[in-house]
Design a protein around this ligand. Structure first.
Ligand SMILES: Cc1ncc(C[n+]2csc(CCOP(=O)(O)OP(=O)(O)O)c2C)c(N)n1
Length: 660
């Protein structure tokens, strides 16, 4: 018996509506509308192997419209991925189910990224397509030649991030990127005519994209468009005219099918209309077999790829596996040790952004997987070094991306670069504009990706640019994100150590906050040990009888040391603790923590920013010195003085406190 195309796509529709109905929550409309497009893609074009979801040269399939998650779970289950069983689908949206409300990235499952916040998947896909270009250039087009396919909804394309990411993709001529636009003209509030009248053809053509239009329920038209896209020398958007909730007599074409179960009565009507007499979650064996065949084709494809790569390019395969797939950090530890010794001897005074540049320059010489960039602040963030080779549309043989003034897009693209596998992305902007990257930083942390954010100009210390540019609450906001290490190094020694930790943190992204202004070298002794690894350590102690502990981060460690001197002149002994990473310190043993912050010591914390996260260290009897209001535009020393952050004023506060 030959299985008809619509039997394959109806299998997706019914798994989706039954799962949403059982969970009594979810979005049936989108999977029903895009089932034909997805089936065409999987049946004829997508090169994937359900038996090895981590195959490096697989085509990537991204569901940017993550609310339609049942579309993805149905596709993975039907085509034979072991990661998703019918039992998992029955547990859609239940605790610990892989079939979570929105797709949650898990390596080796077929869920290529976490989506749900609209627009993010599009940004990730651009990163994956850039990664593919980089790898193709490096390893040859007979080794790497995969495509990146995305399903995006009206909402995805309304989001600002889509403008940033699509514009960059057009500029870089990412020809292996294909976006299916689910052009159903419906969003939650109703018709999209309520809020958007963009001319998508003109929009995408102006970005330098190829724009195609199809009936999203016509297998032939869809397939032809995909073939056309594969021959394009630009990225392609295929606008698929679809009907949301396709097959539902009373809810198709309406917002009512978007985000709630159809209801038992309506589902019975859909079964009748689409001639599907099977019970909930039951797909007839012959349809399942046909879907499994689709998956099995990929197994063969990978085998052929493996054989030819093994035979023709054993050297390439070795390099691909060592440097990229296994993310080998080579001689990193040794390099950091050598660099630290060099600077211990020279003891340079440098802005920590310059320290970071020195770190990048040396590390990038040994780690080809490091791909840098900046959102148009390369010179200020010091992200570009003499080892940086610019990536552009004509040459992907490089390691540096000019992201343009697109912070949000940059962060999502970096997630995509990391998700592709084998690339460690770092990218810069001012700390104040970390707010523009925040949604993607949160996703880096949620997915556990090794992405390194370089945020310079990390305090009022940037001076004259004033309160619009002076971060106050940004470090606090970043520290509130779970699974994110926020580093604020104090000198070149700490900057090297923080970079080393960031590179070794395989499942945690890092923020490295860096100063515009110079700081002295503060490291007291040269040591192989990475002192920042514990989050905080003692820099200097004037007497073991000290009863004051000054804890500071970044540029304020210098201030703390100056305060310590003044206190000493007044016969007050103290200990200065540098705390470059609160998250790592908080994870240390109680013993380590109480050795650093002694119970009976007066604790003073010092950071030129919000004091929100510092309360926990003073135990109600110390002082949190920081800034909980917007900054001021003036030369930076005057701004510090204005906010009482000078050694004289701080010494006076402490003396007063001790007299009480
Ligand atoms: C950044 C973000 N804002 C808002 C939402 C909530 N939301 C989920 S789907 C959606 C819009 C639905 O319209 P569309 O994108 O056209 O999807 P369709 O109705 O076609 O499934 C919104 C606003 C979200 N997921 N992400």
């Amino acid at each position: 018996m030959t299985i008809k195309f619509n039997q394959l796509s109806n299998a997706i529709r019914f798994l989706s509506i039954d799962a949403v109905q059982k969970a009594n929550s979810g979005h049936p409309g989108m999977p029903m509308g895009m089932a034909d497009v997805a089936t065409t893609l999987f049946k004829y074009h997508l090169r994937f192997n359900p038996k090895n979801p981590s195959w490096i040269n697989r085509d990537r399939f991204i569901l940017s419209a993550g609310h339609g998650s049942m579309l993805l779970y149905s596709l993975l289950y039907l085509s034979g991925y072991k990661s998703i069983s019918i039992e998992d689908i029955k547990k859609f949206r239940q605790l610990n189910s892989i079939c979570a409300g929105h797709p949650e990235y898990k390596k080796g499952t077929g869920i290529e990224t976490t989506t749900g916040p609209l627009g993010q998947g599009l940004g990730n896909a651009v990163g994956m397509a850039i990664a593919e270009e980089i790898f193709r250039k490096k390893f040859g087009s007979n080794v790497i030649n995969n495509k990146t396919y995305v399903i995006a909804s009206d909402g995805d394309l309304m989001e600002g991030i889509s403008h940033e990411a699509m514009s960059l993709a057009g500029h870089l001529k990412l020809k292996n990127l294909v976006v299916f636009f689910d052009n159903n003209k419906i969003s939650i509030d109703g018709s999209t005519s309520l809020s958007v009248s963009d001319n998508y053809k003109k929009r995408f053509e102006s970005y330098g994209w190829n724009f195609l239009e199809v009936n999203g329920h016509n297998e032939k038209q869809i397939s032809k468009a995909i073939t056309k896209a594969s021959k394009s020398n630009k990225p392609t958007l295929i606008s698929c005219k679809t009907i949301i909730g396709f097959g539902s007599p009373n809810k198709s074409g309406k917002a009512s099918s978007h985000g709630s179960p159809l209801g038992e009565d309506e589902i019975a009507l859909v079964r009748k209309k689409l001639k599907w007499s099977n019970k909930p979650f039951e797909t007839p064996q012959e349809i399942l077999d046909e879907w499994i065949k689709i998956g099995e084709k990929g197994e063969q494809l990978e085998k052929i790829w493996q054989n030819s790569t093994d035979k023709k390019n054993p050297k390439i395969k070795f390099e691909l596996e060592k440097n990229y797939i296994n993310s080998d950090l080579g001689e990193l530890e040794k390099l950091i040790e050598i660099e630290k010794t060099k600077y211990f001897e020279a003891k340079p005074s440098l802005a920590t952004r310059q320290c970071s540049m020195a770190a990048i320059e040396s590390i990038s010489a040994i780690l080809p997987q490091l791909i840098g960039g900046s959102a148009d602040l390369s010179g200020s963030n010091n992200t570009k070094t003499k080892n940086s080779k610019i990536i552009n549309s004509k040459n992907f043989n490089g390691n540096y991306i000019h992201y343009g003034v697109r912070e949000h897009g940059m962060a999502a693209v970096m997630n995509g670069l990391a998700l592709y596998g084998g690339i460690v992305p770092y990218g810069g902007t001012f700390l104040i504009f970390s707010d523009y990257c925040k949604p993607s930083i949160r996703l880096s942390a949620l997915m556990g990706l090794k992405v390194i954010y370089i945020f310079s100009h990390d305090s009022i210390g940037l001076g004259e640019d004033g309160p619009t540019h002076q971060p106050i609450e940004q470090l606090a906001g970043l520290r509130a994100i779970p699974n994110l290490n926020v580093f604020r190094p104090a000198d070149i020694n700490e900057t090297l150590e923080c970079w080393e930790i960031a590179l070794k943190s395989h499942n945690t992204p890092s923020v490295i906050a860096l100063s515009r202004q110079k700081v002295p070298y503060i490291n007291p002794n040269n040591s192989k040990e990475n002192k920042c690894e514990n989050g905080a350590y003692v820099v200097n102690i004037t007497s073991h009888e000290s009863n004051v502990t000054l804890i500071a981060s970044g540029t304020e460690v210098e201030l703390a040391l100056n305060v310590q001197n003044e206190l000493k002149a007044n016969n007050i002994h103290s200990k200065v603790v540098s705390m470059p990473c609160m998250e790592l310190f908080d994870k240390q043993s109680e013993k380590y923590k109480s050795d650093i912050i002694e119970e009976d010591s007066l604790v003073i914390t010092l950071e030129a920013g919000s004091i929100t996260h510092w309360h926990k260290y003073i135990k109600n009897k110390g002082l949190n010195l920081g800034i909980d209001q917007f900054g001021e535009s003036a030369p930076y020393k005057e701004v510090y003085d204005h906010f009482n952050l000078t050694e004289n004023k701080i010494t006076n506060f402490i003396q007063k406190k001790l007299r009480k």
